[in-house]
Design a protein around this ligand. Structure first.
Ligand code: PLP
Length: 422
């Protein structure tokens, strides 16, 4: 019996999307001219027509770019040697990855539980807190922690939550507001607080200095469990190893994902203090998942951390971040006010807040035309987000500047019809 033939043309792929994957995604594809990505290397992605894109998108995954040689080598060697474990015996690759990761996390965060996705890392943290009596969930308005049902309870966005209610009960405090946080933690029993150092999907929202340290202090005061979700901000994305670093914050659990994959194999982790990890020490079967900590995924994680250290990518992220922010600000300066509301960022997490959602969509499409891939923000549709790799070369900076200048020109032409503009 012959099986279905593989789709080749964009029209064939669209048809399979409609029949088997997602009609919604198929509709969205028409906006991007049904371009199909088929290859990648370093900071670049190519479509089926051979067009080259500089990848400043990828929703934060590609800190090491695409196909980083050190990660490819580690993963392919592991696939040949022993890709999946029986889980009955000790397995050295997971052990190496745990040691590599613990060596770069803030002091005291030494206990590593590997999982397959960011949302699963969030679930892990919530369960560690609940197993220790912190059953009230508190997170920030605009915060994004994933879409599995537990994680969704703390992802404060009715659009994604409402169809699935009732969820686990959770309270949402304004991000950056320590007075409100004190009120919520001070009433209603022991809590688990989940925060991001900078809200990524919330639209690159940077809290005032002192907020994280203040939140940690309040958690200590009220016996709350503190989970810092660095799935998007960690591993150098902000130009420091962790968003926790500038304020010397040490949560009970730090969450890592996205870049930990090396851009190659999905893997995430919850990294805990000894005390926070106690329930899993007591019973190693309390929280398990068949594929978690597989040798192939942990080979990617170990290689990703090692490459970040070896290539000095955290420092490089800080330098690149300043350079990109300056270029984007300069290119968009003529549009500030009635088209572009704000440009902000830290390290390689940069947000361009547009005055409305429609123009945000237009900016993404103009940049795509100019060969630059970006992200929209799941919790803030007016904010176009850049999450560039830390392996960009200096020449790529010029390319980013040029793409923004071109996109700004296109936006200016349509904005010249706005009242008050000539
Ligand atoms: N936490 C944060 C801060 C995130 O940005 C994301 C994803 O964007 C998640 C959790 C969920 O990760 P995943 O999509 O891998 O489940």
């Amino acid at each position: 019996m012959s099986g279905p033939t593989a789709p080749v043309t964009a029209a064939e792929v669209l048809d399979v999307y409609r029949r088997h994957l997602s009609r919604g995604r198929a509709r969205l594809a028409s906006m991007t001219g049904a371009a199909m990505e088929v290859a990648s290397r370093g900071a670049y992605v190519w479509d089926a027509d051979g067009k080259e894109y500089l990848d400043c998108g990828g929703y934060g995954v590609f800190l090491l770019g695409h196909c980083h040689p050190q990660v490819v080598e580690a993963v392919t060697a592991q696939i040949r040697r022993h890709p999946m474990a029986t889980r009955l015996l000790l397995e050295p690759v997971a052990a190496t990855a745990a040691a590599e990761l613990a060596a770069v996390t803030p002091p005291g965060l030494d206990r590593v539980h590997f999982v397959n996705s960011g949302a699963e890392a969030v679930e892990t943290a919530i369960k560690l807190a609940r197993a220790q009596g912190r059953t009230r969930l508190v997170s920030a308005v605009g915060g994004y922690h994933g879409k599995t049902t537990g994680a969704l309870a703390v992802t404060s966005r009715p659009l994604y939550q409402d169809p699935f209610r009732p969820l686990l009960p959770a309270e949402h405090v304004p991000f950056g507001d320590l007075d409100e946080l004190a009120k919520v933690l001070g009433h209603g029993g022991p809590a688990c607080l989940l925060l991001e150092p900078v809200q990524g999907e919330g639209g690159v929202v940077l809290p005032a200095p002192g907020y994280l340290a203040g939140a940690q202090r309040l958690c200590a005061e009220h016996g709350a469990f503190f989970v810092l979700d660095e799935i998007q901000t960690g591993l150098g994305r902000l130009g420091t190893w962790w968003g926790a670093d500038p304020e010397d914050v040490r949560p009970d659990v730090l969450l890592v994902g996205k870049g930990l994959s090396g851009g190659i194999v999905p893997v995430a982790a919850a990294v805990a203090t000894d005390a926070a990890y106690t329930p899993f020490d007591r019973d190693p079967f309390l929280h398990t998942s068949t594929f978690a900590a597989s040798p192939v995924a942990t080979a990617a994680a170990a290689a990703a951390v090692r490459a970040t250290v070896d290539e000095g990518l955290v420092e490089r992220a800080a330098v690149l971040g300043h350079a990109i922010l300056a270029r984007v600000e300069a290119a968009l300066a003529p549009l500030r006010g009635d088209v572009v509301a704000d440009v902000r960022g830290r390290g390689l997490l940069i947000g361009i807040e547009m005055c409305d959602e429609r123009t945000a969509g237009e900016l993404v499409l103009h940049l795509l035309d100019a060969g630059l891939l970006t992200n929209h923000s799941l919790n803030a549709h007016r904010v176009v987000r850049l999450t560039p790799p830390a392996v960009l070369r200096d020449a790529d900076l010029e390319r980013i500047g040029t793409a923004f200048t071109t996109a700004a020109g296109a936006l200016l032409r349509s904005a010249s019809s706005l009242p008050g503009r000539v």
